[in-house]
Design a protein around this ligand. Sequence first.
Ligand code: PLP
Length: 417
Amino acid sequence: MTPEPRKQTVTSFDADAIRREFPILSTEVHGKPLIYLDSAASSQKPQRVLDALSAAYSETYANVHRGLHFLSEASTDAYEAVRGKVASLINAHDPAEVVFTSGATMSLNLIAHCYGNTYLSEGDEVLITVAEHHANIVPWHLLGDRVGSRTVAAPVNEDGSFDLDVFKSHITERTKIIAIPHVSNVLGTVFPVREIAALAHENGAICVVDGCQGVTHMPVDVGELGCDFYVFSGHKLYGPSGIGICWGRSDIWAELPPFMGGGDMIDDVETDSSTYALPPHRFEAGTPAIAETIGLGAAIDFVQSIGMDALRDHEMDLLRYGHQRLAAVEGLNFIGQAVGKSGVISFTLDEVHPHDISTLIDQDGVAIRAGHHCAQPLMKFYGLSSTARASVAVYNQRSDFDKLAESLEKVNRIFKG
Ligand code: PLP
């Protein structure tokens, strides 16, 4: 399999035209125009993704890999073509390194099972940070229950920035896996994946990257990053839910046993034994999320038609403006202020509970997230139970932060009189 050539986009960035591609963004909530600032949880979908989903069911639908009839071949071709699109997006050299899963959570569990069960044993260590999503914590705990390994977490600095020397001091001769976020879903900190991957390799470990909040906001080149696995979820990248990616180095995949057993992942089956297909199919048991995968392909076409550099520049501008605008709101404290942060702005508002903030501003049509963001260790690190979080996507505009700031001022008036 060969990847599609990496797409370079030279068209100018047209924020209004991009926004018009998302039907939901012209709807109203509580009689107010929707201001959607919760894309880190899940992004909205452009019309072309909705069309691709519909066409996958109404024009080419049949099960994949199994039939010799026209529709099965059309469906298989459309489905398999997405491996090439993913490879192009993250600059993987071989689409066969791209394993389809149901999402980042399944991808990380797959790695913990297939790699962890094979290579880790009693006393070995998995090094993470305190800034992980639970999806990059709990699979390592479950691995520990199976093989006796330990999960060790390195801290971040108070402002959310990352200190490579502190991280380094947590590596021991028992460290076998280093699993880090590309970008924290709470702090927005961009982790230096290249340096961490090099450190992992110098110490005989592999580097697993939770790219959920990375690939959505910036160009990713897995070869340049030097990591061994890079995972993400389609639904955060303007695609459907139910489809995720687990990219891994082909030499690593080649040595790993299957994750789940069933149809599609076999070479030959006897009643008392089986042999398995080559990667990536070895790791893809059962009927996959066919239409959703094809929808993800359309989402990748969408971001590549904009260009990841242009997308990042637009979002960085929004984030700078958002910080500036929110800094003027009385009593607002930012959680996470690392230089170069991406994607999210987490905050608290003096004594107002984040759940109250989110519920009140929802009345103005403003959707943000409030809670622990599936990052309880990080909340505990900061002595908080929850934060409010506004997150950006390519369809947001500066005026969304004007609206958020106005709405937060209203919350202040309600609570402070
Ligand atoms: N990792 C990070 C950083 C996330 O933000 C999320 C979702 O919020 C996940 C992992 C889990 O993704 P999913 O629930 O799509 O598997």
